[in-house]
Write a protein that binds this ligand. Structure first.
Ligand code: ZN
Length: 83
């Protein structure tokens, strides 16, 4: 999985934020942060860390059958798709 692909999963991360009880203001802030990431950025912020004021970076994980993005800081795994 490429970082450019991960960027397409914003709706999934927003959903995870909603599930975690993040406020609408936090979610909007995260969405704004995400949308200002420069093209080709490899420093993609973890939504759950972002919501708690920390900085975790997302990394591609998973395998051929399941697309997973993992936070290097809180170790949260986001299953974003299956092939
Ligand atoms: Zn995290």
């Amino acid at each position: 999985m490429e970082y450019e692909q991960i960027r397409q999963y914003l709706p999934h991360f927003v959903y995870e934020l909603m599930k975690s009880g993040a406020t609408p203001a936090t979610i909007n802030s995260f969405r704004g942060r995400w949308n200002t990431l420069p093209p080709g950025a490899s420093e993609l912020p973890c939504p759950l860390c972002y919501a708690t004021g920390r900085q975790g970076l997302l990394q591609p994980a998973g395998n051929d059958s399941t697309a997973i993005v993992r936070c290097a800081r809180c170790r949260k795994e986001f299953v974003v798709g299956r092939h």
